[in-house]
Ligand binder design. Structure first.
Ligand SMILES: NC(=O)c1ccc[n+]([C@@H]2O[C@H](COP(=O)([O-])OP(=O)(O)OC[C@H]3O[C@@H](n4cnc5c(N)ncnc54)[C@H](O)[C@@H]3O)[C@@H](O)[C@H]2O)c1
Length: 298
């Protein structure tokens, strides 16, 4: 089957493309704003292109749409970039799908669509994002829903918790690793250290996407996360331990780490689990693997 992966040179997209190349002809579309050439699977065909421009998707059956600006924090400072990349970008991908008769779109959405919601949050909980990033993903989901209904496409919405692992170039563990490399004795933590969220290793996120893709009937929404949460203090200690360090910590003291930060998040993933999915990599094992990879690459 011929499939396309937007953002296929990025963190999650490159792992997904690796898995897809085992059984499919894969086209990767990425303009390398944060993605890396070395992440691109050599078995895939690669087009360097901005998804805000329409793309020739002739013969493509499914588009896995992952290209986006994934940064919650910067979405408060430069909302126009978030809007252009994530809303206009998704709209443009949908237009390319419609014009090329693509049958199915799989979309990388996020837990931040819910805003501050009581955990564990199910897919039926209302979306009230508190960040521009979360809002941009709600808009993307809404257009996908409409295109599926209007033009007879299938849609799979993956609402990811925090995904981490090898090749990730952003997120809390990445930040802590770099801060501690700069100063192994002491680290400033944004917030009060108590923000408590769900983290999932990227290999488990990929297995979830592949299963949901196969099982989608029409337009289906899936939460994707782990069953446990980790607070910021635990993450800081675990990153330091895996680097062989015992630093002191100082806190900026606020409940949120930054504007738009959701302080507590745990997703109810029973819908995905009812299809047979389960995560396999424990949080501690995942962090160990990721810090090993960071040490070898930075
Ligand atoms: N990493 C997470 O914790 C997480 C959680 C929830 C949702 N997501 C979503 O998953 C997707 C992948 O995230 P990631 O963490 O792998 O991020 P990433 O930054 O590593 O990957 C995004 C990729 O998209 C490309 N890209 C961005 N804008 C583009 C454009 N206009 N045209 C072409 N290419 C473009 C980048 O070069 C990059 O390779 C994103 O949609 C993100 O919002 C990620």
């Amino acid at each position: 089957m011929k499939v396309a992966v937007t953002g296929g040179a990025g963190f999650i997209g490159s792992h997904l493309a690796d898995a897809l190349t085992l059984d499919n002809e894969v086209l990767i579309i990425d303009h390398l704003s944060s993605g890396k050439k070395e992440n691109i699977n050599p078995k895939a065909k690669y087009i360097k292109k901005d998804i805000r421009e329409e793309t020739d998707l002739s013969g493509v059956e499914t588009v896995f749409h992952l290209a986006a600006d994934p940064n919650v924090r910067s979405s408060a400072e430069t909302p126009e970039i978030t809007f252009a990349m994530n809303v206009k970008g998704t709209f443009s991908v949908l237009e390319s799908c419609r014009k090329n008769d693509v049958k199915h779109i799989v979309f990388a959405s996020t837990s931040t669509v819910y805003g501050e919601a009581p955990p564990p949050t199910s897919e039926d909980y209302p979306c009230r994002p508190i960040s521009n990033y979360g809002a941009s993903k709600v808009a993307g989901e809404a257009f996908i829903s409409s295109y599926c209904s209007t033009y007879g496409m299938k849609g799979t919405i993956m609402r990811f918790a925090n995904i981490f692992g090898e090749r990730s170039g952003h997120g809390i563990m990445f930040d802590f690793y770099h801060k501690l490399k700069k100063n192994p004795e002491h680290m400033e933590i944004l917030g009060d250290g108590k923000q408590d969220k769900s983290y999932l290793h990227v290999s488990d996120a990929v297995s979830a996407v592949l299963l949901a893709w196969k099982k989608t009937k029409n337009y289906d929404v899936f939460n994707v996360g782990s069953t446990e949460t980790a607070n910021v203090d635990r993450i800081a200690n675990l990153v330091a331990k895996n680097m062989g360090l015992s630093p002191s910590f100082a806190y900026t003291g606020t409940r949120q780490g930054w504007k738009g930060d959701v302080p507590a998040m745990l997703l109810d993933c029973s819908r995905l689990r009812s299809l047979g999915w389960n995560h396999e990599i424990s949080f501690e094992k995942g962090v160990e693997r990721y810090i090993k990879w960071l040490s070898a690459n930075y």
